[in-house]
Ligand binder design. Structure first.
Ligand SMILES: Cc1ncc(COP(=O)(O)O)c(C=O)c1O
Length: 471
């Protein structure tokens, strides 16, 4: 039953729990806590027995779509399976019970994990220095661009006021540029859906601080001119920043440093299989060149002899997170990388193969705007006269989470499909079959969808902005 309220099932005095005896005297607590924090009345909670609570939350969880319940091909967001082995590592009591203020000598194991992860990300990117502190991809972007800003300020170069952003960019890229105090300028695309290098040459000048490039870009297309782009920027004294949210298409096959990228972010919660839900909790680690290393966030982890310790980079921009970042995510990513070792490249190959399989099977029925080999995701358009929104809602009735729609903005009626490497051919075939069936479904029927979901069509913006939380 949708949206059943647990409140309505309660009866006064009914209980489904026993609490352990408090190990602090209430009187003692009352003397420590500020008066304003003490309750004068009991909270108004549902008074229910244990089975009712368990059923209530289990039923609610069934109304939620998730990577553990269904194929979830959300392009640009990489919803890949979160291996249970990662979770086992994250709950090891020696890690889970750590306090961030413990002295370094007591947390050598955790520091070792962080140091090794810095090394792994350095290996994957080819860039020598890493910070694990940013808590999301967007924050990794902001940290990187703040470092670029600090570099120019330190060099006394005050004229670097602009950051260039391709029209395919994720919205967080221009937002990052303006939050860091730059003017963001948009660059168009060539016929392959890649950054237009001629336009770039015209736009780059002594006011350019950086270009933020995503590779592969949000159309799933590899930026084949990336090395030339780096050259254009470097000649003008600017930096090439790479949004590495799509490293699932690069790991073990393309090292950004070899294309002369100066600084980049990773999304550990996408590429390295850590959970990615509800906007976090994430980890948007960054990697950079020697030139930018002095500006990295404080602290980084270093190793001297057999000892691990925190160190403040010489001209650090300071902290970007409380304490040391999201350690649970680091642990999971470390575990994932250790499980794969050099076979990480197989993850990339499989992700790319799966996306191209979907592209090949849907092509002909769905329109493919950039119809050449794609990377880990593919952008398609519904058949003429059909809307991306309707197909997406139709997929819900078949038990699928819809792909990303209406993004990238440069493609009309875009549906951005990212199958990831963790899905089998059978799952992909079922999904493809459903997509082909929906392409044949009448518009009237599609407009009705979803008919089997807990809710029909919502005003999604209003639902997100004016959330009515009930219990
Ligand atoms: C290309 C790209 N850049 C940046 C981000 C931002 O990452 P996060 O959601 O971790 O802030 C995303 C997120 O989906 C993305 O797809």
């Amino acid at each position: 039953m949708p949206f059943n309220l647990i409140r309505d099932k309660g009866r006064e005095g009914r209980r489904g729990y026993t609490l352990p005896k408090p190990d602090v005297e209430m009187k003692e607590l009352e003397s420590i806590l500020p008066k304003a924090s003490l309750r004068e009345e009991k909270p108004r909670l549902a008074e229910v027995d244990e089975p009712t609570v368990v059923r209530h939350y289990t039923n609610l969880s069934r109304e939620n779509e998730g990577i553990d319940t269904t194929f979830y091909p959300l392009g640009s967001c990489t919803m890949k399976h979160n291996p249970r082995a990662n979770e086992a590592a994250a709950v090891v009591p020696g890690f889970a019970g750590l306090h961030p203020l413990q002295p370094e000598a007591q947390v050598q194991g955790a520091l070792r994990i962080m140091h090794e992860l810095q090394g792994f990300l350095s290996e994957v990117s080819g860039l020598p220095h890493v910070s694990l502190q940013p808590l999301a991809g967007a924050q990794g972007e902001l940290t990187s661009i703040l470092m670029v800003k600090e570099f120019f300020e330190d060099a006394g170069d005050e004229g670097r006021t602009t950051v260039l952003v391709p029209s395919t960019a994720h919205g967080t890229n221009p937002a990052t540029a303006s939050m860091a105090g730059f003017k963001s300028k948009e660059i168009g695309l060539d016929q392959h859906g890649c950054v237009d290098v001629d336009e770039l040459r015209e736009m780059v000048d002594e006011t350019t601080a950086a270009l933020m490039i995503t590779n592969p870009n949000t159309c799933g297309v590899y930026e084949r001119n990336i090395a030339e782009i780096a050259e254009v920027l470097h000649e003008a004294g600017a930096f090439l920043y790479m949004d590495g949210a799509n490293m699932n298409a690069n790991m073990g096959r393309m090292r950004p440093a070899e294309a002369n990228v100066d600084i980049m972010h990773f999304n550990l919660h996408k590429t390295f299989s850590t959970p990615h839900g509800g906007g976090g909790p994430g980890c948007g680690a960054i990697a950079c060149s020697e030139d930018l290393a002095p500006f990295l966030p404080d602290p980084a982890v270093q190793k001297e002899g057999d000892e691990y310790s925190f160190v403040r980079p010489e001209k650090s921009i300071g902290r970007v997170a409380t304490f040391h970042g999201n350690f649970g995510q680091m642990l999971r990513a470390w575990n994932y990388i250790r499980m794969h070792g050099p076979d990480l490249k197989d993850v990339t190959d499989m992700a790319v193969l799966n996306a191209n399989y979907v592209r090949a099977q849907l092509g002909g029925t769905y329109r493919i705007p950039y119809d050449e080999l794609c990377k880990h995701e593919v952008v398609v358009q519904p058949p003429q006269g059909k809307k991306a929104l309707d197909i997406a809602k139709g997929l819900i009735d078949y038990g699928y989470h819809p792909p990303t729609i209406y993004f990238p903005l440069v493609v009309k009626e875009a549906m951005l499909i990212e199958p990831t490497e963790t899905e089998s051919k059978e799952t992909l075939d079922d999904f493809i079959g459903t997509m082909l069936e929906l392409a044949e479904t009448s518009e009237e029927d599609l407009e009705e969808a979803p008919t089997h979901a807990p809710t029909r069509r919502l005003d999604e913006t209003r639902a997100a902005r004016q959330l009515k939380a009930r219990w």
